[in-house]
Design a protein around this ligand. Structure first.
Ligand SMILES: [Zn+2]
Length: 382
């Protein structure tokens, strides 16, 4: 286990390694970027480095070596007692703070709540109060806060003082995928470390390693559809979205051609059925998710699939040499393009982005789906 397990995040690595090299580690970080790109992994590796009893020098990987005067950086040794118990997930000074901790809260009323947000009670009990205690093994305490953007104003305000003046041996890492949901006061007290989308080829190769049972077609599609998020690519595969997207490809081609046997509004029902099925899978992973949020996450997945078809058509229309997302269904983009032309593809993408925005803000589900399909069916023909 090493800091360098995290790949293809040179910008984030540079920020961390410069501070570590200068011996001036900030005590509060925001790790911000898309989901599934290595934020939590890097937080974990940094924690192990901070807790390790005997850090050892590790050579910098070639892609980073050019930026530093030194060619070795102290990293967790991987063999001392601290490293061993950190790897086992039982290090008493490594605290993972997440919204489901409400179930372990001393107050019965808090335990009963549905953990939709990372509540102020959880933040107080599991972070603020513990930050004031001494490290149990003497070296440091590290708090990794998962989904920190789910802290409401009360929780973020409660945390401000701790972020501003944490005890000397305390490090707090806020993992955030929507930076705009963090209060400016929170942001200003933390060192911001930005993470980028991963290269498609890396996502593709990681899928081959982590899901060897997948066929090559599905793997190639998921790697491109996930837009640089390994976490998202794994979810698409695990939820069987590839099979769903094939039938949606055929429907989109009919819709664009204006030859849909179904009226456009006839697509609402299968769309809702598929979105709810995907939502149920999301809810199985996160029992605290509300039904509405679960369905919404399914809708967003399907909208992403539909957008992929129009994006492929637009790219083909503009003569782009990029690999198509739906490379296994080239006929869909071709038939969209024949019927609509690039300008209408761009209009369709705007409609889909608007629908995504509306669903994220509690639009009436049936109405919004119907109006989306009507708009897509009424695109100007080429
Ligand atoms: Zn160690």
């Amino acid at each position: 286990m090493s800091l360098f397990d995290v790949r293809h995040q040179p910008r984030a690595m540079r920020v961390l390694l410069r501070a570590a090299g200068a011996g001036r580690m900030p005590h509060a970080y925001i790790f911000a970027g898309p989901e599934g790109v290595g934020k939590e992994m890097l937080a974990d590796r940094l924690a192990r480095r901070l807790l390790c009893g005997a850090p050892t020098d590790r050579p910098l990987p070639p892609e980073l070596a050019a930026d530093f005067e030194v060619d070795r950086i102290p990293d967790a040794c991987g063999v001392c007692e601290d490293c061993r118990i950190a790897a086992a997930g039982t290090h008493p000074d490594l605290h993972l703070v997440h919204r489901q901790l409400n179930r372990q809260h001393p107050d019965a009323a808090v335990r009963k709540q549905q953990a939709l947000t990372l509540g102020v009670e959880v933040v107080r009990h599991f972070l603020i109060e513990r930050a004031c205690t001494r490290p149990l093994r003497g070296r440091a305490k590290v708090f990794i806060v998962r989904e920190a953007e789910r802290m409401g104003e009360a929780a973020q305000n409660a945390l401000l003082k701790t972020l501003e003046e944490p005890p000397a041996d305390t490090f707090i890492i806020l993992i955030v995928s929507s930076l705009d949901r963090m209060l400016p006061t929170t942001r200003s007290r933390c060192q911001l470390v930005r993470f980028a989308a991963l290269p498609t080829v890396f996502v593709h190769d990681s899928l081959a390693r982590l899901r060897p049972e997948l066929g090559a077609t599905e793997r190639a599609w998921a790697a491109r559809q996930a837009e640089g998020s390994l976490g998202e690519a794994l979810r698409l595969c695990d939820d069987g979205v590839h099979a769903l997207k094939q039938s949606w490809g055929r429907r989109v081609a009919d819709l664009a051609a204006g030859t849909a046997g179904l009226a456009a509004t006839g697509l609402c029902e299968p769309f809702e059925t598929d979105a709810k099925a995907l939502g149920r899978l999301a809810a199985q992973r996160d029992p605290d998710m509300s039904d509405t949020d679960a369905t919404r996450s399914g809708i967003r997945t399907l909208l992403g699939v539909l957008a992929g078809f129009y994006r492929d058509a637009l790219r083909a229309g503009l003569g782009s040499a990029d690999d198509p997302i739906h490379g296994d269904q080239p006929e869909v983009a071709a038939s969209i393009l024949r019927a609509c032309g690039p300008a209408s593809c761009a209009a369709a993408l705007r409609e889909l982005a608007q629908a995504d925005f509306n669903f994220a803000r509690n639009a009436n589900l049936d109405l919004a789906i119907e109006s989306l399909f009507i708009r897509l069916a009424r695109l100007d023909r080429a």
